[in-house]
Design a protein around this ligand. Sequence first.
Ligand SMILES: Nc1ncnc2c1ncn2[C@@H]1O[C@H](COP(=O)(O)OP(=O)(O)OP(=O)(O)O)[C@@H](O)[C@H]1O
Ligand SMILES: [Mg+2]
Length: 254
Amino acid sequence: MADELLTAEHLVKRFDDNTVLDDVSLSVKKGEVIVVVGPSGCGKSTLLRCLNALEPIQGGKITLDGEAVVYGSKNLAAIRQKIGMVFQSYDLFPHLSVLDNILLAPVKAQKRKKDEAAAEAMKLLERVGLADKAKSFPRQLSGGQKQRVAIVRALCMHPVMMLFDEVTAALDPEMVREVLDVMLNLAKQGMTMIIVTHEMQFAKAIADRVVFLENGEIIEDTDPNTFFEHPQTERAKQFLNIFSFERSKKDEKN
Ligand SMILES: Nc1ncnc2c1ncn2[C@@H]1O[C@H](COP(=O)(O)OP(=O)(O)OP(=O)(O)O)[C@@H](O)[C@H]1O
Ligand SMILES: [Mg+2]
């Protein structure tokens, strides 16, 4: 279909004889926000890594913007530049300032003019509330600030879509909000995104669709209201119960 930006059809991913993705099909329309949830080890990170061809697949087909995404192919560098990815660990270069971290790929890989890219980087930093940190080094930033820089760094490449893998999982609770707010704003501006998160309230608020993965299979793919209020499978019900149980334990402690 014309408005589908990314499609994955019948993906199979194995590590040796361990099948981690088993016939996974997923399509993402332009401007759509998909949240992927599921128990630890079910294959969420592997799915994102396969979509970005950071991992070879053993079966299936991935298409981005009409082009096949094939691990090891010649046009892969160009395709990867279209997909911004942010992980749990921010992996900023410690010896480079915030601004230089952001400019590295636009200037080196995309051969853009440094002042043009720097002007854009400053605008993006402003949008995430970090214009005053452009000259700071990563060690001088909080975890939440580093994660916002990592998001800006990805955005400065002009990706057609963004993948987020548990970007708030390593943050102190008070820093989670500021990073989630940046993602909510991106969604409002129409960015196409696939988000892996354990923040269920956030998932409910941001998702157009929720995909529930278990043992490498998509067992629910539905709108957030249906998923959170009327999950169709026993596994999804159990999964959501564990979350609400842990939440009430946390609330008791506070
Ligand atoms: N590089 C690798 N080599 C071998 N096995 C791997 C590799 N990466 C992941 N796996 C295995 O693939 C399975 C899925 O892992 P994955 O990291 O995708 O899970 P996840 O859903 O992201 O879990 P979590 O919520 O804990 O991050 C696990 O069984 C894991 O051990
Ligand atoms: Mg993971």
